[in-house]
Each structure stands twice: as C-alpha cells, then as structure tokens.
Design a binder for this molecule. Structure first.
Ligand SMILES: [Zn+2]
Length: 244
C-alpha cells in the first residue's frame, strides 16, 4: 500500500477507485491541504458509501491486531466478532464526531435582547484520549453572556454540539478550545466560558493507577476574561448546579 509520501501528485478517479477508502480520503485531505489529526472532523472529504468501506478496513486490521495479540478468535466464541464490533464502535459511536458533519443548529435572533449570564450544564461528556484511546468521562458547563446581536440556540443543541466535538480521540485542553470555537461562531456572545471536568481512564487502568485522576480545564473569552465579577458569578452558579 502506498504511504503518504509516495502518493503521486495526481491520480484520476479510476486510480482512486482502486485504492482502499482510507487512502482515497487521505488523498483528498492532502489535496485540500486539510489537517486530519485525531480530533479533526473530516466529514467533508468522505463520499457516500465510504463509511462502510472504512468500517470493513478497520475490522480487517483489528482482526490482525487480535492475531498479533495471539488470541484464538476462531475457537474463542467471545472474540469471534470482536474485530467487527470494535470497528463499528469506533466509526459509528465513540469516534463518530470525526466522520459525520456537524449537527444542524438553528439559531434564533435574540428578540428579547437577553443580556444576562446564561449557564448550560452539566452536559455529560464521553470522549477518549488521543494518547491511549481510553475513555474520558466527564461534564461540561457553558457560560454565555449574549448581546442584542447574538444568536440563541436551543438547549439540546449545546448537548449535540458538545457530543460532536467530544466523540473523537481528544486532548482535554484542545477539546474545550474546539467547543468554544464552535459556540463562538454560532452564538457570537459578548462572553463565553467553558469548564470541563473529566475522569481519564488511562490513569485508572494503566500507568500510575491513580484513582484521583480527574482533570479540570477552562476557557474564558470576552467579558469573562475582562470581568472578574462575571467570572465569579459563573463559577458560583456552576458549583451550585453541580451540588444540586
Ligand atoms: Zn491517555
């Protein structure tokens, strides 16, 4: 299989069709000068039917991983279908946010000119760390200070956007910034605050096996950065919501 370095500069559709779907998609990404890190969304470069091809590719390679782990998947009924299950889990579920387009979010003009602090959360976060592909489970709080030109979005849309950003292999520090960018673009508030608190299972399962392995990250923008009182109000309301 051609590695990225040896891909010729131009391939016609016929040549592309003969490549595995992952190579085809990578070819388009490189052609478009698009980054494709673990936490990037690449949906724009995936064509119809290619998701199923990707799943078949991942399944075949996962089967090889099991083979290299010297697991007898033929007589072990527990692992018979494991490669298939893992491929489906990666692409359709836990890393879905890489392969599907952003959820459609309807924005409403701020008719009633709300300009009070709004808090959304806690939103449940399910993600995975880019380093070990181990689960990250946690919560996110979003603070918004809208102005008369801001767009408002429905509560459930915050959850869907958050889920879309988090269901990728992530790094917590980058995940909160990505979520902030998505919200900034859609809502255009005067101030935006995000706090994420999450448990990293790679710390429980391996390594130091530290049971106190939660991590908190925050992003403060606009008025939350300039106004310490607003920041305090947000953090106080947040912890009140958190403790019931
Ligand atoms: Zn990790």
């Amino acid at each position: 299989m051609a590695s990225t370095d040896t891909l010729p500069i131009f391939r016609n559709e016929e040549e592309l069709a003969r490549l595995p779907a992952s190579e085809r998609i990578r070819y388009r990404l490189i052609g478009a000068d698009c980054r494709y890190h673990a936490n990037d969304n690449i949906a724009e470069h995936i064509r119809e039917g290619e998701i199923d091809e990707l799943k078949a590719e991942v399944q075949a390679k996962m089967q090889e991983v099991l083979q290299s782990l010297v697991i007898d998947t033929e007589s072990d009924h527990n692992t018979n279908e494991t490669a298939k299950r893992v491929a489906k889990m990666f692409i359709d579920e836990v890393f879905r946010g890489r392969y599907v387009k952003s959820p459609s979010v309807t924005e409403f003009p701020n008719f009633s000119r709300l300009n009070e602090l709004m808090i959304v959360g806690p939103i449940t976060v399910r993600s995975a760390c880019s380093h070990h592909l181990c689960p990250i489970l946690g919560k996110v709080w979003i603070g918004l200070l809208p102005n008369e030109h801001s767009n408002l979005i429905g509560l459930s849309k915050y959850v869907r956007l958050c889920d879309w950003v988090m269901s990728r292999p992530q790094i917590q520090e980058e995940a909160v910034v990505m979520l902030a960018d998505e919200l900034q673009e859609r809502v255009k508030p005067d101030g935006l605050a995000i706090v994420m608190e999450a448990d990293h299972f790679c710390m429980h399962w391996r390594g130091v096996k530290d049971d106190d392995s939660s991590m908190t990250n925050s992003v403060m923008r606009g008025s939350f950065l300039k106004d310490p009182n607003l920041r305090r109000e947000f953090l106080a309301l947040m912890s009140k919501k958190n403790n019931g």
